[in-house]
Design a protein around this ligand. Sequence first.
Ligand SMILES: [Zn+2]
Length: 299
Amino acid sequence: MRFQRPAVFLNKGMLAGAGVLLALLLLLLAGVAPQNSTPAYVQRVSLAARAAGERYARPVSGTAGAPLIVIDAGHGGADPGAVGGDGIMEKTVVLELANTLRRTLLEQGGVRVVMTRDDDRFIPLAERTAIARAMDADLFISIHADSGGDEQNAAGASIYTLSAQASGRQAERFAQRENSADVVNGIALATGNNTVDTILFEMSQRRALTEAAEFARLIIRESEGQLRFRDPPRRSAALAVLTAPDVPSILFEVGFVTNPQEAARMTSREGREQFARVTAAAVRSFLANRAPRSPADLG
Ligand SMILES: [Zn+2]
């Protein structure tokens, strides 16, 4: 029939066209796409995390497949942290706070939780960040309680994020004290500020820093009318425990153990639950608002 030939001819033409398109698509996929969608730093970061995986693995609780929160109770073992007037020790106060936060997060659901320590033991700062990386954490929360030195009246909470530039003289002194937590019996176990400097150059750090700043902002927002903060509430310092390049990390100074009222609040059940409620609400908002992660991050 008259219409058959043109129909066959058209089909051949379409096939040839489709063939050319397919070839172009394959070229695109093979050449251009992987370089654009998988930046080199993502690969490097996940390889390093996997290599460390076995050694730093910790028990995980919570909803399977849900985002992972690593709770880090500061100090421990031979390192008591700040010590209050009546011998109250930071390491004990923050472990109780960490346990309460863990419980609150698990009750709330939709997360997995890992503790860097759940008893009175010493863990080097570098190991704490290594745990967060090895477990592929979505958030790292280091819990501390402050020392006012001679100032008994020093009071209020504060939140630290990583910066090579300390946000003030107090922040600088604070960084020195917290980083020296790894000097036990005269042996330095942590890497110093060089690590911070190097890491700040890494592209992969930018997103983690942005997310950490956002999480800090959310904690302060959730704390309104509940927790008293210092002025300014948000600070930055070269803290070794915040140097995981691919995990948003913050250090929460919940209050001063050297201030009798704050020590009483932090060690009371009510005070611990208030801290946990506020922080868990911030975790929830953070996870809800967070930009979707790339497939390379998820893998
Ligand atoms: Zn501390």
